[in-house]
Write a protein that binds this ligand. Structure first.
Ligand SMILES: [Zn+2]
Length: 410
């Protein structure tokens, strides 16, 4: 028998400790002197501000993670899962309705408890460093839209998963995998046209120097760009970004208005070249395949532990159920997820180097991208000297100095 009652809390505490150590190492890795490379984009004052930003964000980040862990333990050892189970069973909703209520209420509680932190992060910290453009109305609307999406999209999917585990026998995990995979693929297709516009306005970039230069570049690398859009990132923050979405004929590149405002046409073309590089090197498809395989492993492991009475005992649950099993499994899965995310982040960082290399070889020089990245770093007060452990845990992109070195390597 697996000793879940010991294993899960120990793993959760160790994971918390690992993140804490990474945070502390990251704070200690901050260097007082500005690296020579950045003298053209930072002055002493701005560099000092960037370090203060890293310190403030790291220290504040500890508050919600500690709070959520403590809340979980209190709820757990006060027999909260059993209490909630009795409450939702009392509704008399039937097997699937009861499960939706159980998971929905836990999700709602988590969201409500997260709002104060997101409020403080946006209106106090981002505000203090001059990044915030979000209004309280936008923040509430975002939370509301997120919740509606979770109910409308997540609800039926969750109902299907609960139904398969109730009705499909030993191969339920396989059916769940198929359905969730189909769901993920459909979302990829509809997100650019139906979901993202709920949060941001997408407008085609008008005729002019920028549009001409980007389309010219896309033609040169035989990339059929269906849409080139500007999105109103400035509604929420002064920070800039760019991204690529869509498959097949629906390929689109979106640039934040805050990016277009600050970078030259040459730099913007280099950024688009990087985004197209992700597509050309197959990163989008590879990412999707990894996601699908990961989902299969998750459902298979889930099907194994759902039968373990000891898991339910560990959380003081009298009656086993698929819906409670899903939540308990997500806690049990946390350390496995940590290992998987190490690998996924490493894969992502490798892809960033490849996309950079693509941009360098197709624009004739790495310097335009170097210059774009340096401006981005200075504008967003990026930490230039992150600790390697922190990078492994949190960075989907390589630290800037490594990217610059690679862009200039022979
Ligand atoms: Zn990238």
């Amino acid at each position: 028998m697996i000793p879940f009652a010991v294993l899960i809390p120990v793993a959760l505490v160790l994971e918390y400790a690992l993140h804490l150590v990474a945070d502390l190492l990251n704070l200690r890795a901050i260097r007082a002197d500005l690296p020579a490379e950045f003298h053209d984009v930072y002055d002493a004052e701005r560099y000092r501000k960037s370090q203060e930003y890293t310190r403030t964000k790291t220290r504040f980040g500890l508050v919600p993670t500690t709070f959520h862990l403590v809340t979980l333990f209190v709820f757990w050892y006060a027999h909260g899962f059993q209490w909630l189970d009795e409450v939702v069973r009392g509704f008399g909703f039937g097997a699937i309705g009861t499960g939706l209520a159980f998971i929905g209420l836990l999700g709602l509680a988590h969201m409500v408890l997260s709002i104060p932190f997101s409020w403080y992060g946006t209106f106090v910290i981002e505000e203090r460093f001059g990044f915030n453009k979000t209004t309280p109305k936008t923040l509430w609307m975002d939370a509301l839209k997120g919740m509606v999406l979770a109910v409308v999209l997540g609800g039926p999917l969750l109902a299907a998963i609960l139904w398969f585990f109730a009705a499909a026998g030993p191969l339920a995990w396989l059916w769940c995998w198929l359905v969730v995979t189909a769901f993920m693929v459909v979302i990829q297709f509809v997100a650019p046209t139906w979901i993202m516009p709920l949060f941001n306005k997408f407008e085609p970039i008008e005729e002019g120097e920028l549009r001409g230069a980007v389309l010219e570049y896309a033609k040169q690398v035989s990339f059929p760009l269906e849409g080139l859009f500007v999105i109103d990132g400035s509604r929420r923050s002064t920070k800039a970004n760019a991204f690529f979405t869509g498959f097949g004929k629906r390929k689109r590149v979106a640039l934040f208005d805050t990016l277009i405002e600050k970078q030259s046409t040459e730099e913007l073309v280099a950024i688009v070249a990087h985004e197209i590089g992700h597509y050309k090197r197959g990163h989008i498809t590879k990412g999707m395949v990894i996601g699908i395989l990961q989902t299969g492993v998750v459902f298979f492991l889930l099907s194994l532990v759902l039968r373990e009475q000891a898991l339910f005992d560990a959380f003081f649950l009298a009656q086993p159920s698929t819906y409670a099993g899903l939540i308990l499994f997500s806690l049990l899965f946390a350390p496995i997820d940590l290992v998987l995310s190490f690998c996924v982040q490493a894969f992502s960082r490798k892809n960033e180097f490849e996309a950079d290399a693509f941009a360098r070889s197709t624009t004739g020089s790495g310097e335009r991208l170097v210059s774009a990245l340096k401006h981005l770093a200075a504008d967003s007060l990026q930490n230039l000297t992150p600790h390697p452990l922190y990078v492994k845990l949190h960075y989907s992109h390589p630290p800037l100095m490594q990217r610059i070195a690679a862009l200039r390597a022979d």
